[in-house]
Design a protein around this ligand. Structure first.
Ligand code: AMP
Length: 281
């Protein structure tokens, strides 16, 4: 695997491969890699000739300074995992390489940045679009791979790509879970045993909502989930919502297709998010 730390070097290297007719599959990450990330690397390898992964803990998307400082950065382990997963290129810049002191960014995001994750984490999606646009400009991928785990992020990036006319195909990959159902996340390493147990309630609330779908009305499903989550000791629910996955607006009452349930909670000091498609379509 080739490892680059500067924009210029990785850009030049990839442009040469593109000139030789190679397609580029790109997997942007913040590192602390787990099977979820590696499933994206695998999907990229199946679709493109060259797999590029980036590891960059992007400061502009954090609205909690402690979260940024404490974010895990096991770079040697990550490199080993990427090599084992047959990743071709790793781009791992320092913050100064990606941002100058007078960097400014604001993009209209059609209100997508004001709901759910955007509401709880003001500025988060401005930071996400800022860094993803920079990375797309450097890597110029044919395909870019993102996890359904961050469903709203995929919706926001799709909006940005359409609006700015970026020439890339976005591909969403399924959520990879632990055996008991907990969605894998880099932050899970910080859960105590008890918190780890409590965190499972998010997955349970989604599974229950899916089982109830078709039997109960949308408002009733939401009500039951909120009631269930509010009874779990040790978690503080932030939202549980049923959305139309295509319009990313709250699901309307008689709707039977394209429904996704999205949930977020604080478990101890850690924020956990998860989601599940309820309808088959
Ligand atoms: P992150 O390093 O958390 O920014 O995530 C990098 C990419 O990995 C994003 O596209 C995430 O949606 C994706 N990802 C994170 N966790 C999972 C998971 N459990 N399953 C699938 N994809 C994931």
């Amino acid at each position: 695997m080739e490892i680059f730390k500067t924009r210029a070097e990785v850009h030049t290297y990839l442009e040469q491969l593109k000139l030789r007719g190679k397609t580029i599959g790109f997997v942007p990450t913040m590192g602390a890699l787990h099977q979820g990330h590696l499933s994206l690397v695998k999907a990229a390898g199946e679709k493109a000739n060259v797999v590029v992964c980036s590891i960059f803990v992007n400061p502009t998307q954090f609205n909690d300074k402690n979260d940024l400082e404490n974010y895990p950065r096991p770079i040697e382990d990550d490199i080993k995992k990427l090599e084992e997963a047959d990743c071709d290129v790793l781009f791992r810049p320092e913050v100064e390489e990606m941002y100058s002191s007078n960097d400014k960014w604001h993009m209209e995001l059609n209100n997508l940045d004001n709901v759910l994750e955007g509401e709880v984490r003001p500025g988060h999606y401005q930071g996400v679009t800022q860094i993803v646009k920079k990375l797309f400009d450097i890597v110029r991928p044919d395909f870019a791979f993102f996890g359904q785990k961050d469903f709203q992020q995929f919706v926001v990036i799709s909006y940005m790509v359409n609006k700015l006319g970026v020439d890339v195909q976005l591909i969403m990959c399924p959520i990879i879970r632990e055996k008991d159902g907990l969605a894998m996340s880099s932050r899970n390493v910080y859960l105590s045993n008890q918190d780890r147990q409590n965190a499972l309630s998010l997955f349970m609330s989604l599974t229950k909502a899916k089982a109830d779908f078709g039997e109960l009305s949308i408002p009733q499903i939401k009500k039951n989930a909120i009631k269930y989550l509010s009874k779990v000791a040790g978690i503080e629910m932030e939202y549980f919502e049923l959305y139309n996955k295509n319009t990313f607006e709250p699901a309307s009452f008689p709707q039977t297709e394209n429904i996704i349930a999205l949930v977020a909670a604080r478990v101890g000091n850690i924020r956990i998010i998860d989601n599940m498609l309820l309808s088959n379509k």
